[in-house]
Design a protein around this ligand. Sequence first.
Ligand SMILES: Cc1cc2nc3c(=O)[nH]c(=O)nc-3n(C[C@H](O)[C@H](O)[C@H](O)COP(=O)(O)OP(=O)(O)OC[C@H]3O[C@@H](n4cnc5c(N)ncnc54)[C@H](O)[C@@H]3O)c2cc1C
Length: 463
Amino acid sequence: MNRLVKGGLVLGGLVLGLGALRRTLNPTPRYAPWEKPPYGEFEKKVLILGGGFGGYTAATDLCRLTRSRDDVGVLVIARDNFFTFWPMVPGIVSSDIDSRNVAQPLRRALILAGASFRRARVTGVDPDRRVVQAAGGLEFPYDQLVISLGGQPNFFGIPGVEEHSLTMRGVEDAERVRNRVIERFEEVSLIRDDVPESKLTFVVIGGGATGVEVASEIHTLVHENLAPDYPNIDPYRVRIYLIEALPNILPELDPALRRAARIRLLNERIEVLTGAMAEEITGDCVKLKGGKEIDTENVIWTAGNRPNQTVHDLGLPYDQRTGIKVDLTLRVEDHSDIWAIGDCAAVQDVHREDGGIVPPTAQAAIQQGHLAARNVLKTIDGNGDLGEFEYKPLGQLVELGSDFAVNEVMGVRFTGALAAVFWRMAYLVRLNSPQSKVRVAADWIVGIFLRPAVTQIRSTSDE
Ligand SMILES: Cc1cc2nc3c(=O)[nH]c(=O)nc-3n(C[C@H](O)[C@H](O)[C@H](O)COP(=O)(O)OP(=O)(O)OC[C@H]3O[C@@H](n4cnc5c(N)ncnc54)[C@H](O)[C@@H]3O)c2cc1C
């Protein structure tokens, strides 16, 4: 009997403990004023366009800074109801990382922070009426507006790029690249005669961090994940090219790290061509300046980034190449209540003597998001002492396969397997969804023992 009571007490304690744990992991949302009646009737509406690195940071910071107030409401409007965790996008190509963990649930994260979210495609801003227009005739009023609509690929007007290459501007793009590789393997495994070289040649154009990572991910996909499933295809028949117009790949990195990356790529038999400018891309060939041609039906374009075209259409002061013109407080020129941050804003880098702008990176967008939140609040409160933006690069991490990375963190440079572990830890802690953190960590651990099962789930856009 005594034992029965003890057992009951232990079981009861366990159930209560698990209930408490569940409640802690699933906190009650702190609904924003926009969500409570009278809906949207409060003093200051802060509208944030874009739920990426810049917009998400600005929104969550503003919510934190106004936690004890109910006169400020934050509403985020974005085209997608997920947050793309860009550093992990190339990992989707090899199936090292599952897409759903890279596309983080944006609505839930914002609601938990105390902001509101509406999925809508922004089409215009009317500064005189202080409204943002969105597709479907929607209008959203604002008192303060923060624009962080990101970037898009820049094709530099090179003939054939847009028609014949795959881009890397999102989770779907990465899936498309993976599907293309699998598609070619399936096609080639059916061909009995000579296989055209163009089928198994993959050309990645752009030797920046994204291009280097994508070329490595294709190598991993081919050699580690697909080769055992396609015994009739010799993986060494697959050729992977990395093409860069500048004299070096990873130009923003220290020369020693660049060398380490290049040696790694050569060891993986990735053919690196530097000082090579793509002049034209056709359905089965990349033509380089100087006359060299590479037969390929598979081109991946990572060579250029420019501000989102939507921003161009907003009618704000804008430079086609660099983005919305802002001052150092991140305020849009001639607009006291509009701010722009991230890849779509031309923010001057005060440390550059040539007057150049801050590079389009996640860390810059996050730092700008923090400052924009503080400056918006100061403006609302009539405290004119606005902060000015000073970019503080923390370093760069580039992963080349699951067991090698080249990292520079606050001036410290390191490469190899430990650098790859650091890459994984650094980005794992930055994922904002607890579920994704657990799943990504579990996938990586399982991946040490079992190679990922790679399947091709086709959508109509892959046809
Ligand atoms: C493949 C890849 C890998 C990268 N890896 C790294 C890395 O490792 N480290 C690093 O520092 N940087 C990296 N970057 C760069 C980094 O991702 C960007 O600099 C950063 O995301 C910029 O933040 P943002 O807020 O300006 O834009 P984003 O994060 O791109 O967010 C843009 C937001 O705007 C929304 N949006 C766009 N158009 C509309 C519209 N018309 N209406 C409504 N909403 C719209 C989108 O849905 C999204 O929510 C990478 C970029 C790519 C493409």
